[in-house]
Each structure stands twice: as C-alpha cells, then as structure tokens.
Design a protein around this ligand. Structure first.
Ligand SMILES: Nc1ncnc2c1ncn2[C@@H]1O[C@H](COP(=O)(O)OP(=O)(O)OP(=O)(O)O)[C@@H](O)[C@H]1O
Ligand SMILES: [Mg+2]
Length: 297
C-alpha cells in the first residue's frame, strides 16, 4: 500500500482491529479516489494520530491536504466527518440544533457530536476561517479534556478513537491566520509543494495511458512555473495541480492540449503581464500543434 515501515503499519492494523465501526457510521468509511503520495508526510501524520494527537495540515492550494486527511481516515478504518469552516459556521452547526419531535425538544446532532460519538475522523476544513464562537467549541474538544460541552445538555466525552485533522491554506491573499491557542492543540504538518517524483506518481495514477514524452512535458511545465514563482517572476496563481489535472482530463476528451492548458493553467491569472510570461513557458512545453494522440496512447 504505502512505503510506511512495518511497525507503523502493524500498529495501524491493531488500531483498526481494536475499534469497530458502529453500523450507523459505516457508510462514512470510504476509500479516497487516489492515494496520498509522500511517505515522509504520511509517516509523520500516522505516528501523530496513533499517539492520540490531532494534526493540522498547512500549505498552499492543491498540496493534497484533503486527500491526505481522507487517506488517513481510510487507513485507520474510521468514518469521516467533513466540517467546512466559513463565516456562518456557529456552534450549533457544529454541535447540533434543538428541534421539536413529538412535542419534545430534542437535539439534532451536528457533525462534531456525531464524530465524537462514533469515533470519527473529523476533517476541520479551512479551520482558519472559523469565527470565535466556533473556535470556543473546538478548544475543549481538541485538548486533553476531549470533551464536547453542550449548553443545556450533559457533557459528551469523545470516543477514544476520535481524531481531528485541520486543514488551512496560507501564503496568499485572502487567507487568515489561525489563533495561537488553537494551533497549540495540534501537531502541525507543513505540506510540501509536489516534486518531480510525486507529480509523476499522481499523473500516472490518474492517467495510466499518458505518453512518456507528454508526461515529461506536463511535469516540466509545472516545475518551470514553480521555479518562476519561487524567483518572484510570477505569482502562484497558475501553479495549480488541479488545473493541470483538469486540463489533462479535457485533452483525454479530445480538446487540443493548447486550449486545455490555456484553461487549466494560463487563464488562472487575470494579470495580462503575468499571463504573457506563463504563455511563453507553456509554448516551450506544449507545442501548438499537439493533439490528443500526442498526449495519450
Ligand atoms: N501528494 C499527493 N498525492 C496524491 N494526490 C495529490 C497530492 N498532492 C496533490 N494531489 C492532488 O491534487 C488535488 C488537490 O488535492 P486536495 O484537494 O487534497 O488539495 P488541498 O491541499 O486540500 O487544496 P486546497 O487548499 O486548495 O483546498 C487532488 O486531485 C489530489 O489528488
Ligand atoms: Mg482543501
């Protein structure tokens, strides 16, 4: 499966064996569409989770934060609860809301509550966007108390196997800093930008019929843009693995590689000057005359 050492793999297996999944939560145990490629990161994450820690995955866009979180839940055999944070996420959307059932007030359990009960892996997506009200719910859940405090109800302890994985973007406009006390409750993993090997693994997994020459050029294009961004010649806007994968998908459908890459890469910047620089890089990698047959077998 992965390049993790045998001791870790054994411990993960034992974790799975020790903790059965409740029937009601079984539908939430799901295999992700692609494995996470990156053994060092995987080792850090698995070790931390085995030791009962919560982890925070930080990094640029499309560095595989969510894919890693989903793969971890799958490896540990746990149901996934995805919780996206935005300006409207308040404590009731996390814990639950009072509803009337048969003339009685009952709590309709929210995702954090269910995650606590069923020993889920809660993915706290874009956690830096959380408002104070949501943050205060997370504090007791994430530290040694492992407790969900619901005003008006009894306290709910987290199941032993419950873990939380936060994700957050940083490094470009529009991202918010995460409150220090909240960061303190996680071990933090800084997700690396993909390198040549990882890119090859991802592209080959998604497109097993890609031609070797084209694979090299698409990887080269990504690395060229990465280098230009590192030197400050362009922003990271066009450096988008999602866009490149999207472009390859449309080429597979028959669209010309030039048009596909324009949509998936070049057009991701709205700055005309930058668009020109990126366009030049694209032309050296993806010839205008290429068709589908130049990219796929
Ligand atoms: N190391 C990796 N292994 C496997 N897939 C990867 C990896 N890095 C990126 N990807 C691919 O990149 C795409 C984006 O991944 P994902 O959604 O997990 O990124 P993210 O870091 O959560 O991005 P964002 O911050 O924009 O939400 C997915 O299609 C995923 O397969
Ligand atoms: Mg994400």
């Amino acid at each position: 499966m992965s390049g993790l050492n045998q001791t870790l793999l054994n411990q993960v297996r034992q974790f799975r064996e020790r903790h059965a999944v409740p029937e009601t939560a079984k539908s939430r145990v799901a295999q992700p569409p692609i494995p996470y490629f990156g053994d060092e990161i995987l080792e850090m994450a698995v070790t931390a989770l085995l030791k009962g820690e919560n982890i925070l995955l930080t990094g640029g866009k499309a560095t595989g934060k969510n894919i890693l979180a989903e793969n971890l839940a799958w490896m540990f055999g746990r149901p996934v609860y995805n919780i996206s944070f935005h300006v409207n996420t308040d404590s009731s959307s996390l814990i639950g809301t009072d509803t009337f059932v048969d003339n009685q007030v009952k709590l309709r359990r929210g995702p954090i509550y269910q995650c606590a009960m069923y020993g889920g892996f809660g993915i706290l997506d874009e956690i830096n966007m959380a408002k104070n009200e949501a943050v205060s719910v997370l504090h007791a859940v994430l530290d040694y108390r492992r407790m969900l405090d619901i005003p008006g109800y009894e306290k709910v302890p987290l199941a032993e196997e419950t873990r939380f994985i936060g994700t957050m973007n940083y490094g470009y406009a529009g991202t918010r800093e995460l409150n220090e006390a909240l960061v303190s409750r996680f071990l933090v993993i800084d997700m690396p930008e993909p390198e040549e090997d990882t890119l090859a693994q991802i592209f080959l997994h998604l497109f097993p019929n890609i031609r070797t020459g084209a694979l090299k050029q698409f990887i080269g294009l990504f690395l060229d843009l990465q280098a230009k961004a590192a030197h400050g010649e362009i922003t990271t806007r066009t450096l988008d693995l999602r866009g490149m994968v999207g472009a390859l998908r449309t080429v597979e459908m028959g669209l010309s590689p030039k048009k596909a890459v324009t949509m998936g890469v070049t057009n991701k910047t709205f700055d005309l000057f930058e668009k020109e620089i990126v366009g030049d890089v694209v032309r050296t990698r993806i010839p205008d005359g290429w068709g589908r047959e130049d990219v796929f077998e």
